[in-house]
Ligand binder design. Structure first.
Ligand code: NAI
Ligand code: MG
Length: 491
């Protein structure tokens, strides 16, 4: 097992406070969040549990910082974002360990995915800060007016993020919000506040003006709900469960906040008979089990053509049996624990429901699972029907449900038989089929002969009950900007 770095141990042992107005300040209340190490079920430390008064203070700080931040040359905003990305790269090992200790993910995954993506996207949006332009429009009814648009920041952004990619989710929100000249109050998930708090230290170091970024730790009802309802917040950006997203819509309506919601999924993977089977097995495996299955894009409903169903399923089961469960700090572990006791109980509940409702576990049901920590045995189900909970609800754990289809039409119908529409995977060598299926699937992203690709330049976001508003890419900027039209009479 890799030893915990001294700098990480020293960071974790600090007395964690709220980051408001450029300072670490105590919460106005006394309640604290216990912060766990999911690999061994121990309390690592505690963090402040912010309440409504703390949210008021953070929103006030963000509002006060707005004029200075908007007036700053775009080149300086770009530089600050870029420098923060660089600093995260310099501290990559430290951040990776913090997220491993607090979230459970393997350090290898954090180093391969979370860190490069977060630094990449901060740098990508640093580039956009200097390229936000309006348009000049000639009105169709005549040209004695000069009409132009300005793209202005919306104001104070409230960001509420989940625990599955703790540092990376901070970047998803901070990159575009700041590049476009907004200020922000960010609430990490109560389970995983630590990397966001370490990020706050860097924010100070890099020299962001006070109040531009405020980080308030706390739980959903205590801190998230007052942030979503706050009349001093102009836009809310949320990633998490669909039912929480619905609560946020209700809370946000008081002052007509702008919103982007990145919600749950139940994404399908379609494996056609002509697929490259090696690639399809490996890709589908990653789609389901990466990050312990705790991915909103998890391709957890796998539909396979009849002709290759038996072979594919056997190969997927073999691949799953190679998983080595263990603490994320152990380089031999290929899968860590789930984030919390609650998630472990929830995912096990889904597995039980699958069995009770008549589906069959075809993966090794006896493989060893560490006793301490929130581990769940990676599982493959077959024989599930469309109405079962394991087919309909987001499990958010290492569970695949493999079904069959006999033709393309059936495959598309099965893919779309869900309330969600986040992602999808298609495995085939038939190029005409690729385009037919891509057009037929109701989801924000279609991966063809690959899965789970992310790039800061490529937009991503859900259809149907998976939410609205794109993240990443140029598209994300739109949801942090409002267009002002100016008509000038030339007479
Ligand atoms: P959640 O949606 O309750 O939590 C996500 C964030 O929302 C956290 O920061 C939380 O503090 C905040 N929050 C909770 N209630 C709130 C409220 N009323 N107002 C404002 N903010 C609030 O997700 P949870 O309970 O941690 O996980 C439960 C399930 O949700 C998971 O098993 C999974 O199925 C799904 N989930 C999906 C995610 C995704 O990216 N699609 C991410 C996290 C969870
Ligand atoms: Mg919840």
């Amino acid at each position: 097992m890799a030893p915990v770095m001294d700098s990480v141990a020293s960071f974790i042992s600090r007395e964690h406070q709220l980051f408001i107005g450029g300072e670490f300040v105590p919460s106005k209340g006394t309640s604290r969040l216990d912060v766990y190490n999911p690999a061994d079920d121990t309390v690592l430390t505690t963090a402040a549990a912010a309440g409504a008064e703390d949210i008021d203070a953070a929103v006030a700080a963000a509002r006060a910082a707005l004029p200075e931040w908007r007036a700053l040359p775009a080149a300086r905003r770009a530089e600050l974002l870029w420098n923060r990305g660089t600093r995260i790269t310099e501290l990559a090992d430290e951040f990776a360990q913090i997220d491993t200790l607090n979230n459970g993910k393997t350090t290898a995954d954090a180093m391969a995915v979370d860190i490069p993506l977060v630094t990449g996207l901060l740098k990508y949006y640093a580039g956009w800060a200097t390229k936000l332009e309006g348009r000049t429009i000639t009105p169709m009814g005549g040209s004695n007016f000069h009409v132009y648009t300005r793209r202005e920041p919306i104001g104070v952004v409230g960001a509420i993020i989940p625990w599955n990619f703790p540092l990376l989710m901070c970047g998803y929100k901070l990159g575009p919000a700041l590049a476009t000249g907004n200020t922000i109050v960010l609430k990490p998930a109560e389970q995983t506040p630590l990397s966001a708090l370490r990020l706050a230290e860097i924010i100070r170091e890099v020299g962001f003006p006070d109040g531009v970024i405020n980080i308030v730790t706390g739980d959903g009802p205590g801190a998230g709900a007052p942030l979503a309802a706050h009349h001093g917040v102009d836009k809310i950006t949320f990633t998490g469960e669909t039912t929480t997203g619905q609560k946020i819509i209700d809370a946000a309506k008081g002052n007509m906040k702008k919103m982007s919601l990145e919600l749950g999924g139940k994404s399908p993977s379609l494996v056609f008979a002509d697929a490259d089977l090696d690639a399809a097995v490996e890709g589908t495996f990653g789609a389901v089990y990466f990050n312990q299955g705790q991915c909103c894009i998890a391709g957890a409903r796998v539909f396979v053509h009849d002709d290759i169903y038996d072979e594919f399923t056997q190969r997927l089961v073999d691949r799953v049996s190679q998983i080595r469960l263990g603490p994320g700090l152990d380089p031999d572990s290929t899968m860590g624990p789930l984030v919390s006791r609650e998630q472990q109980t929830r995912v096990r509940g889904f597995i039980d429901s699958g069995v009770e409702q008549g589906a069959t576990i075809v993966s090794d049901a006896q493989s060893p699972v560490p006793e301490q920590g929130y581990f769940v045995r990676p599982t493959v189900f077959t024989g599930a029907t469309a109405d079962m909970r394991i087919m309909r609800e987001e499990i958010f754990g290492p569970v695949a449900v493999v079904g069959k289809f006999s033709d393309e039409e059936q495959a598309i119908a099965a893919a779309n038989d869900t309330a969600f529409g986040l992602c999808s995977g298609v495995w085939t060598r038939d190029s005409a089929r690729v385009h037919r299926v891509a057009a037929g699937i109701e989801a924000g992203t279609v991966y063809v002969n690959t899965y789970g690709m992310f790039d800061p330049a490529v937009p991503y976001g859900g259809f149907k009950m998976s939410g609205f508003g794109k993240e990443l890419g140029e598209e994300s900027l739109d949801s942090y900007l409002q267009t002002k039209t100016v008509w000038v009479n030339l007479d």
